[in-house]
Design a binder for this molecule. Structure first.
Ligand code: B12
Ligand code: SF4
Length: 486
């Protein structure tokens, strides 16, 4: 069976898809990866649309029934891979060629190519690869076989980062594509393709900045050189690539002035690795009058890469809230998870941020390898001592490809059942190890929420906050989830 017409040659647009989870319902931020891919495609003249299932009023099947797309590109982190394969099936049934990419595909590209509905996989960053894929499709759009579409190796074998089935049906993985260094010359994400009014604001799980915000995210750098054992970094590895402050602020101005952003989230892994560069970004924001739109560092900053001047400049530059990955209140556990951070660094950073007038947020993890009742108690005590405006307690999540996953395989008992259960969404432990039982981890996790949020001063602060009343339904849901169980 063979069909020779290249779908992309029919002049149909591409559809870039991010599937929604079936098991959790959480923050919806614009997908920067898809935004960047769309930016690159538009720059090269390929029409493209974005479909983030979690904010769309229609199903993917309805979207594809209403409009013909030549290529459907699907993005997936590990916990969403089953939903992503389903999306590929829907796209295949609608007659599109299917292309997959993102963190899970980079970790396990061959696994998805065992699914006949998946035609091509791109590993790693793909702004350049997707253009080469589109050009290759013009030369060879493959032949359909029951076991999956097959492609000619002479056309496809030389595109770095691509995995495909060759004419014999053998899965081939081309060599990896080196990471692009000049981030300044990448086209900006195609921000206008996101229906921004349908996205939630940047940290609604914990607190909101504004209701109905036009909440955009922005990347000032990519990657992180640290090697925390629980962190999954298939796309960037242990590298860090900064953008120049000038280019960052140019994009920031576009979000504020052209797209009328009402809040901005810096979504880097570690935006302040180079403290001087972080300060330069703040100085430029101040100089260019871009301080009125509040911004947050969504995923946390490195506490050990900061000083009092940085927080003062951030405050002047319009920053409202900073987050810190504190993780554990026990130094031996912090060392064991290779956080590369001292508890005193965290104490100093939180104190400096508060002194500068910034709201603070701390991320804490329970059930790390080596954790005991006593070390988790240290974590709760550190949270109480630091007393950030918000504390986000989580249970350790052993994502495949991480050192923690290997440790759990060797010494622990994995409790997660399937990929979807590897998401940070529920209130159950994903593994046990030695004397560290799920019961113990879940008990300390719920205890942390109770002891942190049920202090008289905290209750008073919440009760007197306008935001609390606005967000009562969310808080009521979280109350049941985090406080009443166990
Ligand atoms: C911002 C962010 C979020 C935001 C926004 C979601 C999003 N998908 O963008 C929020 C807070 C909502 C979020 C949620 C989750 N996240 Co998150 N998130 C990040 C973070 C910090 C940055 C992502 C980013 O913007 N990267 C920059 C862009 C340019 O890169 P990119 O997205 O990887 O896209 C490039 C390539 O992957 C590739 N690509 C991506 N998609 C596709 C599709 C096709 C067709 C092709 C060809 C290529 C391709 O090309 C893109 C351009 O170069 C990363 C850490 C990181 N550095 O990657 C974690 C990260 C991606 N998240 C992760 C996880 C686990 C989640 C959740 C599952 C958490 C949970 N609930 O359990 C959810 C999943 C939500 C979802 N739909 O994806 C993990 C994924 C690990 C893994 N093995 O899969 C990461 C790597 C964090 C970590 N270190 O553990 N996340
Ligand atoms: S510092 Fe953050 S991004 Fe870097 S490895 Fe550790 S958890 Fe991952």
């Amino acid at each position: 069976m063979s069909d020779s017409v290249s779908p992309c040659l029919r002049g149909q647009p591409l559809l870039l898809v991010s599937p929604a989870s079936k098991v959790w319902d959480s923050r919806a931020h614009i997908h920067m990866g898809l935004g960047y891919l769309a930016g690159s495609l538009l720059q090269h003249g390929y029409p493209v649309e974005i479909f983030e299932e979690c904010v769309e009023p229609t199903s993917l099947a309805d979207q594809l029934a209403g409009r013909q797309y030549g290529v459907v590109g699907i993005s997936s982190p590990t916990p969403l891979i089953e939903e992503a394969w389903e999306a590929a099936l829907v796209a295949k049934k609608a007659g599109a060629l299917t292309l997959m990419g993102g963190p899970h595909l980079t970790l396990h590209p061959g696994e998805s190519l065992t699914k006949p509905q998946v035609d091509l996989v791109v590993r790693g960053e793909a702004e350049d690869a997707i253009i080469e894929v589109m050009r290759a499709l013009e030369a060879d759009s493959g032949e359909a076989y029951e076991g999956g579409r097959r492609f000619r190796a002479e056309v496809w074998g030389s595109i770095p980062g691509v995995s495909f089935r060759d004419s014999e049906g053998t899965v081939r993985h081309n060599p990896a594509r080196p990471l692009r260094q000049d981030l300044d010359n990448l086209p900006w994400p195609a921000y206008r393709l996101f229906p921004i009014e349908r996205y939630t604001n940047l940290q609604p799980l914990t607190d909101g900045l504004q209701k109905n915000a036009r909440a955009y995210t922005l990347l000032t750098s990519r990657g992180c050189p640290y090697q925390c054992i629980y962190c999954s970094k298939p796309i960037t590895g242990n590298t860090w690539r900064p953008r120049s402050p000038e280019k960052v602020v140019e994009e920031w101005a576009y979000l504020v002035r052209e797209l009328r952003a009402t809040e901005i989230g810096v979504t880097d892994d570690v935006w302040n690795l180079n403290v001087d560069r972080a300060k330069d970004i703040c100085r430029l924001l101040i100089e260019r009058g871009l301080t009125d739109v509040p911004w947050v560092t969504i995923h946390g900053m490195r506490a050990d890469r900061s000083d009092a001047e940085l927080f003062r400049l951030m405050k002047q530059a319009g920053c409202k809230r900073v987050g810190f990955g504190v993780e554990s209140g026990n130094q031996a556990i912090l060392d064991a998870i290779k956080k590369g951070q001292k508890i005193d660094d965290v104490r100093a950073a939180v104190a400096n941020a508060k002194a500068a007038g910034l709201q603070t947020m701390g991320f804490f993890i329970f059930g790390l390898p080596g954790d005991t009742e006593a070390t988790m108690e240290d974590t709760i005590r550190l949270a109480l001592e630091l007393d950030p405006d918000m504390a986000n307690f989580m249970m350790a999540d052993p994502l495949p490809g991480t050192e923690m996953y290997e440790i759990v395989q060797r010494k622990g008992r994995l409790l997660a059942t399937g990929y979807h259960d590897l998401a940070i969404h529920g209130e159950h432990a994903r593994f046990e190890m030695g004397d560290m039982t799920a019961e113990l981890v879940e008990r300390k996790f719920h205890e942390a929420y109770r002891r942190f949020y049920f202090r008289p001063k905290r209750i008073w602060k919440r009760a007197t906050s306008l935001d609390t009343w606005r967000r009562l339904p969310t808080y009521a849901g979280n109350f049941v989830r985090f406080f009443l169980k166990r």
